[in-house]
Write a protein that binds this ligand. Structure first.
Ligand code: UDP
Ligand code: MG
Length: 326
């Protein structure tokens, strides 16, 4: 079997501190893999500059002049990690048999790329890099990440636990990914939806080599929020359920108050006041939740996700000769 053409896609945002090191390490590693005849000599590194304000693009550009294997893609403005990654994946798709995405800070152990490629050769279309432990994270990041995966699970979104965006995707998987036409594309949620033969490879994550994290708390929260609201209408349903609960509980409480009033145990006007606040409050929440359900439907429709993904099409395959007479 011919060795696969592999492209490593690296999104970079203000990474001048770490990029020279990253480029050197990855370039050497790629050449090793080519030398070992694990991958084709047409394999490349693609660095995507996500609208950086520092020297990132200059570094990429200069390296691409010097090294045959280094290629660059410059986005017009900062589009965010997920979008920069997509831009790189789709740019690399047509020239590669498979594409591997990884971060510029080399926190993800590149040595497992060998295993990624081995799995690809065995026929897997998607290989997830999964972190074995989270030792290199702060206590805070560890706990928030844990909570995030749990919450997503409760909302009905299946994520690969402890998998970030370190993964291999075959060209076929990328072609299917391209059919997910939504604007807020949450890759970690979408990729498992593609299906196909997939597997995980485990590794230890290191600390950032240089530079600072581009995911401060604010961005992390927005990322998590985006992940939830791009996938699930559970929050809307929660509003509806709360409204219903309020309404029915208030009915019960009110009948109790009415009994009290009958025996003259409450102030004048109090019962009707409480009655209107609770009943109307419950009704309003219920109505909002109901409207939300409809908006939720519109929202699901507007994403125009593909309804299915074909793995094997026996209908379109050539019929083997010995079966033609039947
Ligand atoms: N990144 C990007 N655009 C952004 C933010 C980050 O392309 O707007 C890149 C960044 O250069 C890095 C990767 O996304 O290669 C992951 O970011 P980082 O390592 O800072 O995140 P962390 O590992 O701390 O979660
Ligand atoms: Mg990082």
């Amino acid at each position: 079997m011919a060795t696969p053409v592999v492209t490593l896609v690296v999104p970079c945002y203000n990474e001048e501190a770490v990029l020279p090191y990253t480029m050197e390490v990855l370039e050497q590693y790629l050449r090793d893999l080519i030398h070992e005849e694990l991958i084709s000599d047409k394999s490349k590194l693609l660095f995507v500059d996500d609208g950086s304000k520092d020297e990132t693009w200059n570094l990429i550009y200069k390296a691409s002049l010097k090294k045959e294997t280094i290629r660059g893609l410059k986005l017009a403005r900062n589009a965010g990690h997920q979008n920069a990654l997509l831009a790189g994946l789709f740019a690399a798709k047509s020239i590669s048999d498979c594409v591997i995405s990884l971060d510029a800070d080399l926190q993800d152990d590149i040595m497992v790329i060998r295993e990624f490629i081995k799995k690809f050769n065995e026929g897997y279309e998607i290989v997830y890099g999964v972190r074995r432990k989270r030792d290199s994270d702060t206590f805070f990041k560890r706990k928030t990440a844990e909570g995030f995966y749990k919450l997503m699970g409760k909302m009905g979104v299946n994520l690969v636990y402890n998998h970030a965006d370190y993964r291999l995707m075959s060209r076929r998987a990328l072609e299917e990914l391209e059919r997910f036409d939504e604007v807020n594309l949450f890759l970690r949620g979408i990729v498992p939806l593609i299906g196909f033969q997939s597997t995980s490879v485990y590794y230890d994550r290191k600390e950032r080599t240089a530079g600072e994290t581009k995911y401060p708390l604010k961005k992390m929260l927005s990322f998590a929020f985006n992940g939830i609201t791009s996938f699930s209408v559970t929050p809307i349903r929660f509003v509806l359920l709360t409204g219903c609960t309020f309404f029915f509980v208030s009915l019960l409480v009110l009948s109790y108050f009415l009994v009290l009033k009958y025996f003259g145990k409450t102030e004048i006007g109090w019962t009707s006041l409480i009655a209107s606040i609770w009943l109307i409050g419950g009704l309003q929440l219920m109505a909002i939740g109901l409207i939300g359900e409809y908006i939720g439907k519109v929202y699901q429709e507007s994403k125009r996700r593909p309804k299915y993904i074909v793995d094997l099409d026996l209908f379109n395959l050539a019929i083997p000769e010995h079966m033609e007479d039947r």
